[in-house]
Design a binder for this molecule. Structure first.
Ligand SMILES: Cc1cc2nc3c(=O)[nH]c(=O)nc-3n(C[C@H](O)[C@H](O)[C@H](O)COP(=O)(O)OP(=O)(O)OC[C@H]3O[C@@H](n4cnc5c(N)ncnc54)[C@H](O)[C@@H]3O)c2cc1C
Length: 381
């Protein structure tokens, strides 16, 4: 057992931290207030190798590895969670194309993701009536000659309005539930693929979320990822990796909140002493740092297993579940430590709390993570 990071991992962590401190943190409140997607920052992050961290160099990836990816995600999330979620989804899309795309798809899209030519990628699985249960999706894909014709809609798709390429799921066999789902690649602005409503949301406001409408969207046969019927498997494999990203993000937001609140507690005077001298505040600090460290280790363990090519479904779900639930508790306590000031927009705690909330919801709710973990432990299908 070795808890030390390699020199390369430390360098990636420092690179992400320096970038986040200098380029993201000073703008995070403005990004939140305006809801503007930070496109120049995303381009700069791609140039630093943060958009294809598990992608081979031949497609322009930085090959930094999964542990480095997790460390970088945490650093970016400490500064701006809206930027971090874009990074997470974009890396996930690059990895899906790398694992399941044909050579043409790989060389057409992955270098553009890694270089920042595409601002980001998008992952279009959820539908209005199929969230936790994607196998019940209604979107359809019918093979007609050399083309698939897609019809249906998608809901809550992160970055859809800016993505250069999207992975979209639809049923090629309606009767077959999960086994009838296939995955396709769609380029930005493709006819019949309409990016719809931009949702107004509670947090991570600089990360746009849209609906998508597919109206006789005609895709060449080569847009299929893997084989017909592989879609559900592709989605689940991608989400295993995605959960490492969201767990790492939750750790970052939680750390940002408790580090800020701890500094505040050292300087805020009540009853003629810093509030940090009160045991009630000390326990909030001690519990928060301890639980976040446990979350960080769980997420890093899942990252380590993925990097070694071992099975990591259970560990990724445990990491995401524990990190997301912990970070939400930490944000609640950290805001409490600032008293009324925590509730005011002048301080970042209310933003951290709003940004953190969704980590127990997307890429599988906490309830779905428990379901995955229990199935893994019990050996259920
Ligand atoms: C900001 C944001 C960004 C998103 N980005 C994307 C994206 O980029 N791509 C994408 O495809 N999707 C995206 N989503 C969708 C997200 O993944 C879903 O919202 C999530 O999976 C939950 O689905 P749902 O909202 O339909 O809730 P539901 O599935 O309707 O769940 C409602 C409640 O029921 C519980 N529940 C459901 N089934 C069970 C069960 N079997 N056992 C116990 N409890 C259960 C859930 O845990 C939850 O508490 C995004 C969502 C948000 C909020």
């Amino acid at each position: 057992m070795d808890f030390h990071l390699t020199e390369e991992q430390k360098m990636t962590q420092k690179m992400a931290r320096d970038f986040a401190e200098k380029e993201l943190k000073p703008r995070a409140a403005e990004i939140d207030a305006t809801g503007i997607h930070p496109l120049p920052a995303l381009k700069a992050m791609a140039e630093l190798g943060m958009m294809g961290m598990n992608i081979p160099a031949e497609y322009g990836g930085s090959q930094a590895g999964v542990v480095s990816y997790s460390l970088a995600m945490t650093e970016i999330s400490k500064a701006c969670a809206a930027t971090a979620v874009t990074m997470s989804v974009t890396n996930m899309v690059a990895e899906v194309i790398n694992a399941f795309g044909n050579e043409e798809a790989k060389s057409a899209h992955i270098p553009k993701i890694c270089s920042g030519e595409y601002s980001c990628g998008a992952f279009a699985l959820t539908e209005s009536t199929a969230g936790s249960d994607p196998a019940s999706m209604k979107s359809s894909a019918k093979l007609k000659g050399d083309h698939y014709v897609l019809n249906g809609s998608k809901t809550f798709i992160t970055s859809a309005e800016h993505a250069g390429v999207l992975v979209v799921w639809a049923k090629t066999d309606k009767a077959a539930a999960a086994k009838g789902i296939s995955a396709f690649l769609v380029g930005k602005g493709h006819p019949g693929f309409i990016v719809g409503r931009h949702e107004e949301k509670m947090g991570q406001r600089g990360s746009p979320v849209n609906e998508i409408i597919m109206e006789n969207c005609c895709l060449p046969r080569g847009s299929l990822l893997g084989q017909e019927g592989d879609g559900f498997k592709i989605a689940m494999m991608a989400l295993d990796g995605g959960r490492i990203g969201i767990g790492s993000m939750a750790v970052g937001i939680g750390l940002a909140a408790i580090e800020y609140a701890t500094e505040y507690a050292k300087n805020r005077i009540q009853f003629d002493q810093p509030i940090a001298s009160f045991q009630a505040i000390q326990w909030m600090i001690a519990d928060s740092f301890t639980e976040l460290e446990a979350a960080r280790l769980l997420v890093l363990r899942a990252s380590f297993l993925k990097e070694k090519g071992q099975r990591f479904t259970r560990e990724a779900s445990m990491g995401k579940l524990f990190a997301a639930e912990t970070a939400n508790r930490v944000c609640y306590k950290a805001l409490q430590m600032l008293g009324g000031y925590g509730y005011m927009k002048e301080y970042p705690l209310e933003r951290y709390t709003r940004d953190c909330r969704v980590t127990t919801i997307y890429e599988g709710t906490s309830e779905i993570q428990r379901l995955v973990i229990a199935r893994e432990i019990l050996g259920l299908k």
